[in-house]
Design a protein around this ligand. Structure first.
Ligand code: GSH
Length: 216
């Protein structure tokens, strides 16, 4: 049985979405970041970086959301979430890396400087710079999506799932204004029957759960 260690409104969504698209049975273990569960000795034994997601499949312990997506696509090849052709597969790698390095990094800096770092360490100027960085690279995706249903090739791949989640994250930061194709693309991906929850819905569910526990 595959186990996914996750916290709903985080990059865990990438791993969950791949598992759901594959239709693979898995068990979910919530690592509540708000309660500091990611710093428990038990979880640090799984991911010494203390971050979610993490995936355990038999003897394999794997961290890094994009590595998890790649592993699962290769582990369950029938669903063809990675193309067989080496050139097409290379395009999937390109978009996975573009997403994780060019698009995600500014979003992460925004998160760090708005709510993750202690208040006295947050730099509003960093947030502005990161927003500019995102706006500078996002048009690459916007033009690439012209006339395309999927980001790489003619069928769904893991690059779509990773990118759609990351664009939802950008949308949460109001960074998709003026990028209608990117917006339509990620919203369309989230209409898939096996899509993972949107970030806003995932936040709402953990908040509802916390409120429920507070009342008990
Ligand atoms: N590059 C990693 C980043 C994982 C990561 O930073 N996860 C965040 C949630 S989105 C986390 O667990 N943060 C806890 C912490 O940094 O203390 C991946 O893609 O899996």
């Amino acid at each position: 049985m595959i186990t996914l260690y996750e916290f709903a409104p985080t990059r865990s969504i990438r791993a969950r979405w791949v598992l759901q698209e594959l239709g693979v049975e898995f068990q979910s273990v919530t690592i509540d970041l708000r309660k500091g569960e990611h710093r428990s000795p038990q979880f640090l034994a799984i991911n010494p970086a203390g971050k979610v997601p993490a995936l355990v499949d038999g003897d394999l312990v794997l961290t890094e959301s994009v590595a998890i997506a790649l592993y699962l696509a290769e582990r369950f090849p029938d669903r063809r979430l990675l193309p067989q052709d080496i050139g097409e597969r290379a395009q999937v790698y390109r978009w996975l890396l573009f997403t994780a390095t060019e698009l995600e990094q500014p979003l992460w800096r925004i998160a760090q400087h708005t709510f993750l770092y202690p208040k006295e360490k947050r730099l509003p100027a960093e947030v502005e710079l990161a927003r500019e960085d995102f706006r500078r690279v996002a048009p690459v995706v916007e033009s690439h999506l012209d006339g395309r249903t999927f980001v790489a090739g003619a069928a769904l791949t893991i690059a779509d799932l990773v990118l759609a989640y990351t664009l939802d994250w950008a949308n949460e930061q109001n960074l998709l204004d003026g990028l209608p194709r990117a917006r339509a693309y990620f919203e369309r991906m989230y209409t898939r029957p096996r899509a993972a929850p949107r970030i806003a819905a995932a936040f709402a569910s953990v908040n509802a759960h916390a409120n429920q526990q507070g009342r008990n």
